[in-house]
Write a protein that binds this ligand. Structure first.
Ligand code: AMP
Length: 336
């Protein structure tokens, strides 16, 4: 299926101040040449694809890449192919000047920030070639945002082709996207090692997202319903609930208690292929949730059997002050 193409004028970002020690590249060919030169000097390349408006979640990915690789490239590109909604694309925050400073401070030495026509010369006509990862793209985000993952897979394939051999860092915040990207890298034999990084959260549990800046004060408060829902699901599981649909219902009940939130889906899935879990004993699980708060669409997820999360839910049940793990995920216990 051809992804829908929403149209927006490119950000007027020609004149930005580039911090010392950082190179800003605008052309795909310059990125190819730079990274080939780095590799031929024996350096390992780390790639952090983003849409900009960098926050502490992105910073964690960049710092991790910088600690594990010799040269870290952050890509900043608001990819129109993955937006079905032109309003969402038009209002997506664009903060390139700040992003350059954040990327440099976190350890990046290259930022690749192409204009839309550099990536898609036929824009606003979609490119003739698009990448579609069947199966894993179909449910959840794929069902609520038709064409979204085709847009993601197409841009990630282009970035992988430009970057060449590298380690690429993706956040578990976009858990289904991570699964799509892993599958894409494997099926198309990109010489890319996909590395997943835990979700970074605000102190009250809200997962950091570039879209959070669009929440009004009441909506910001209401947005914590997603995290509370995920905790409720994990708590139900920890207390012995065996029916996957009841675990998911614990999440939806909590989100639906919040008047400003409109639930889209809550699901307990198998962590590897994101198919609905038929049982809670069949291997690693993931608990997914998506909701709208006002006009802002938010997604979140947890490993509901993560030891820190379960311990935190138990303490909460025992009446202890609410304390949550700052990052959730198999790798880790990172900080905000
Ligand atoms: P985005 O700019 O939203 O496309 O995100 C770029 C990368 O940052 C993706 O791999 C996201 O999963 C990751 N990311 C976004 N928010 C967070 C977060 N709160 N914690 C960890 N990773 C994140």
């Amino acid at each position: 299926m051809t992804p829908p193409v929403a149209v927006v004028h490119p950000a007027g970002s020609d004149e930005v101040e580039v911090p010392d020690g950082l190179d800003l590249l605008r052309r795909g060919g310059d990125l190819v040449a730079r990274l080939e030169a780095e590799r031929s000097s024996g350096r390992v390349v780390g790639l952090v694809p983003t849409m900009g408006a960098l926050h502490a979640g992105h910073r964690a990915l960049i710092s991790r890449a910088a600690s594990e690789c010799d040269v870290t490239v952050v890509t900043v590109f608001v990819n129109p192919l993955q937006f079905g909604d032109a309003g969402d694309l038009a209002t997506y925050p664009r903060t390139l000047a700040t992003d350059l400073a954040v990327a440099r401070a976190a350890g990046a030495s290259v930022v690749f920030a192409p204009e839309v026509v550099e990536m898609y010369p036929s824009y606003p006509e979609p490119p003739a070639t698009s990448v579609s990862v069947a199966g894993i793209s179909d449910r959840w985000e794929g069902a609520w945002r038709p064409g979204h993952f085709d847009g993601v897979a197409t841009v990630v394939a282009k970035l992988f082709a430009l970057a060449g051999r590298c380690r690429a860092y993706f956040g578990e915040k976009d858990y289904q996207q991570l699964a799509v990207v892993r599958r894409l890298a494997s099926d198309l034999s990109f010489p890319v090692e996909v590395v997943s990084c835990p979700i970074v959260r605000e102190p009250d549990g809200l997962a950091l997202s570039s879209r959070n800046v669009r929440l009004g004060p009441d909506e910001r408060q209401a947005a914590t319903a997603l995290w509370r829902g995920l905790e409720a699901g994990a708590r139900a599981l920890a207390k012995g609930e065996r029916r996957p649909e009841s675990v998911a219902a614990a999440v939806s009940d909590e989100v639906e208690r919040e008047p400003l939130a409109q639930l889209e889906y809550a699901a307990l899935v198998r962590a590897d292929d994101l198919e609905p879990a038929a049982t809670v004993d069949g291997g690693p699980l993931r608990l997914l949730v998506a909701a709208r708060v006002g006009s802002v669409r938010l997604i979140d997820n947890v490993d509901p059997q993560d030891e820190d999360l379960v311990r935190c839910c138990r303490r909460h049940d025992d009446g202890a002050s609410h304390e949550r793990p700052v990052a959730t995920g198999p790798q880790g216990k990172g900080g905000v």
